[in-house]
Design a protein around this ligand. Sequence first.
Ligand SMILES: CC(C)(COP(=O)(O)OP(=O)(O)OC[C@H]1O[C@@H](n2cnc3c(N)ncnc32)[C@H](O)[C@@H]1OP(=O)(O)O)[C@@H](O)C(=O)NCCC(=O)NCCS
Length: 167
Amino acid sequence: MTVVSTAASTLLATAPIEVRPASPDDITGMLELISVNVRAGHLLPRTIDEIRATLGDWVVALDAGYVVGIGSLLLMNPSLVEVRSLAVDERYRSAGIGAQIVRTLVEQAKRRQINTIFALTRAVPFFLRLGFTITNKDRFPEKVWRDCVKCPLVTCCDETAVVYDGD
Ligand SMILES: CC(C)(COP(=O)(O)OP(=O)(O)OC[C@H]1O[C@@H](n2cnc3c(N)ncnc32)[C@H](O)[C@@H]1OP(=O)(O)O)[C@@H](O)C(=O)NCCC(=O)NCCS
């Protein structure tokens, strides 16, 4: 039995937390975690069709088959990818699961020979600990034109751009 210490409590996980590429069986749990985080204002909504169509770009964290964390990569151009839809079930936070998901996504990007990985985030210290650095959003015009221009916060965005430039 694995003890997972979280800010709120100590959970008893029945097995070690597994972080692996998502599979079709995970989609229901992924949608639930997205929905909770959309309501909390942390994530943008994703439809089941979007998830199915991009399943190979998603990573999940599982406690005994139950989805407790998610993250995905979105290709912006052949050498640039965004980390998006990153979330960990509130009861499992502060136990290193988010870090494990991001490290797995970085490895996936490197295997695809994509060296620049960025995120727009409010969780800046979390990304800095993982080797990301703060940068200027203007470096990612693809993101600005694809998503930011449609966002109501476009002129007063409270997210910071962070980037991991591969070795
Ligand atoms: C960000 C998130 C995925 C981190 O997952 P996690 O499993 O708790 O991550 P780790 O355990 O690896 O690291 C936790 C540490 O990251 C830092 N951190 C996490 N979220 C943070 C935030 N919003 N602001 C500042 N620091 C943050 C803290 O240092 C934290 O340590 P602490 O809890 O002891 O203070 C999780 O907090 C989450 O799901 N948040 C809501 C969704 C979200 O904001 N996603 C980011 C979109 S880019």
